[in-house]
Design a protein around this ligand. Structure first.
Ligand SMILES: C[S@@+](CC[C@H](N)C(=O)[O-])C[C@H]1O[C@@H](n2cnc3c(N)ncnc32)[C@H](O)[C@@H]1O
Length: 229
């Protein structure tokens, strides 16, 4: 759970360099992760998609290509990030807090959130809000960082997160603090079975987990539970 003011300011400050920093620090793999999401999304043949925490619109843009004919609405609470999404000519964008969406109940076939849930002030509240706007037969796809389950790999990755990432992120964006936050947020964020349990408690399930790149990121796909547990 994060401090919303800090998060909003941090992303607004790095907005201009966010995409470049992502591609450099992940060696371009983040592009492939979003492609996996868009390919999986297309299988559901959604008509209305909500991309939460859309930021500079990286995922929204690939969803538009993968789901031709679908309406893709991008939402974010950082205006500087949304300006970058606007520059990409994404057709539908709104400034909104994912915890209090100005959107009707049961109005989307698919909700996606890439590298966004981890940054929100309350993960359960955010997941319940996602469930609220999903149609009863809708789907949720959450892509976010996770920690590899193999212990030596997890140790090496944590070292990279703590020692290398803040330096590179700081060099590219001039905002080292934002990347120190990124490292602690990844370590604190539930992953694997913990995330599955959280989603189920929020009325989502069954949940499918797909570890990506040895578990450095994970894609969680859930449908709406008829009766929340
Ligand atoms: C790491 S970026 C992810 C952007 C994009 N989804 C991507 O794949 O690159 C996280 C985004 O989440 C947004 N965000 C964090 N908490 C939010 C909230 N409560 N409501 C709306 N946007 C939020 C930030 O403003 C930021 O643009």
């Amino acid at each position: 759970m994060q401090d919303a003011k800090f998060v909003s300011k941090a992303f607004s400050r790095i907005a201009g360099r966010y995409v470049l920093a992502n591609h450099v620090m992940s060696l371009g793999i983040d592009w492939w992760w979003r492609r996996v999401v868009s390919q999986r999304a297309a299988l559901h043949k959604p008509q209305r998609i909500l991309d939460l925490a859309t930021g500079s619109g990286d995922l929204a843009a690939v969803l538009l290509k993968a789901c031709p004919g679908a309406e893709v609405l991008g939402a974010d609470f950082s205006l500087p990030m949304l300006r970058h999404a606007q520059a990409r000519r994404l057709p539908a964008l709104i400034a909104a807090d994912a915890l209090r969406l100005p959107l009707a109940d049961a109005s989307f076939d698919l909700v996606t959130v890439a590298f966004g849930l981890r940054n929100m002030a309350s993960w359960p509240e955010a997941l319940r809000e996602m469930r609220r706007v999903l149609k009863p037969d809708g789907h949720l796809m959450v892509l976010d960082f996770s920690l590899p389950s193999v212990s030596w790999l997890r140790r090496a990755y944590c070292w990279y997160l703590r020692e290398v990432m803040p330096k590179i992120g700081g060099l590219i964006t001039g905002q080292r603090e934002a990347y120190e936050y990124l490292c602690t947020s990844i370590e604190a964020f539930p992953s694997g079975q913990d995330m599955v349990d959280l989603m189920r408690q929020c009325g989502l399930g069954p949940v499918e987990v797909r570890p990506l790149t040895a578990g450095v990121a994970s894609l969680y796909e859930a449908s709406v539970m008829a009766r929340p547990e």
